[in-house]
Design a protein around this ligand. Sequence first.
Ligand SMILES: *Cc1c(COP(=O)(O)O)cnc(C)c1O
Length: 392
Amino acid sequence: MATDASTNRSYGFGTRAVHAGQAPDPSTGAVMTPIFQTSTYAQRAPGDHQGHEYSRVTNPTRSALEGNLAALEGADHAVSFASGVAGIDAILKGLRPGDHVVTTNDLYGGTFRLFRQVFEPFGLRFSFVDLTDPEAVDAAIEPGATKLMWIETPTNPLMRIYDIEALVERAKADGIDVAVDNTFASPYLQQPLALGADMVLHSTTKYIGGHSDLIGGVVCTSREDWHENLRFQLKCAGAVGGPMDSFLTLRGTKTLHLRMQQHCANARRLATFLDAHPKVGRVLYPGLPDHPGHDIAKKQMKDFGGMISFSLTDDAMDKAVAVMTHTKVFTLAESLGGVESLIEHPASMTHASIPPEERRKIGLDDSLIRLSVGVEEEADLLADLDQALQHV
Ligand SMILES: *Cc1c(COP(=O)(O)O)cnc(C)c1O
């Protein structure tokens, strides 16, 4: 349900978030899509069934979720996976040994590990470059061999902003497909397919699920060849999300637009507060006017998101730990995008798989602290950070 069939008027984001992919259950009238906890489906005669044969291939709860997420990204198709990295894994299996991928040097740690430690040994090749530098991108592209550009924006944890439209244009000049990890922005803030990208990847574990109660991933695309390939990978390797997780994700998307508005409002206020704090060094938030990606973010995002990274004037790991162990509303934990505020230390937690020399080279400071700003009361979050910073 992306458009009104009788008038062809397309529904707004909030309406799609609540309804797309889901109609009341025809057998009972249940308003919520049921959790179809079944592995197999009765057939009247061999091959004569009601659209589902075996839940590794399709499951009605998962299909409803796929319809919903496709509508949110403006895609013809969505393929739902058991996790974000399972979705990335499936995309990369569409490449062949010798193929080359250009990506950012400021990448989600799990993606970096998958590229480096799983796919390089199978013969895929990767260039990790600063995607804000057109010369570095030109130098990395190997015409004919580069098959995929992998973009993440805003990046994790350095909050760099990459110009999706400009990078798509550069990639297309050499026939390179573009995939965007849109996890940090969510489809509410940024829709890369409309900017020319071929695929969008989400860890639905984060903002889309929104309640820190599931692990999931999705790839959205309007490319028929990629869609067919992703379905094939899902069927062959079986990294499918379960019916319960699909249901919880669907429940999450219904409030995605509301939650994002609050995440953004709270983060904007906290970023301004941190920026003026004497114990805080750099504040990395694209909503701050002096952020190098501010103008591009304004162009390609609806708002600036709920993620903030900052370092301390005294750039020492133990100082960062002192802040993190003294917050009372912010919980010290990995992950992001849930209703509750989280605080973490990339250098020793989420990004520990990046070697220290490489980490420092890209500007990931020892004292860097990453916040996933939740939807609690802004004044409580501000007071909590203020008192925790007293311990530095
Ligand atoms: C969490 C995350 C992933 C991986 O997703 P999982 O659901 O944990 O497998 C990928 N990209 C980004 C940006 C993430 O934050």
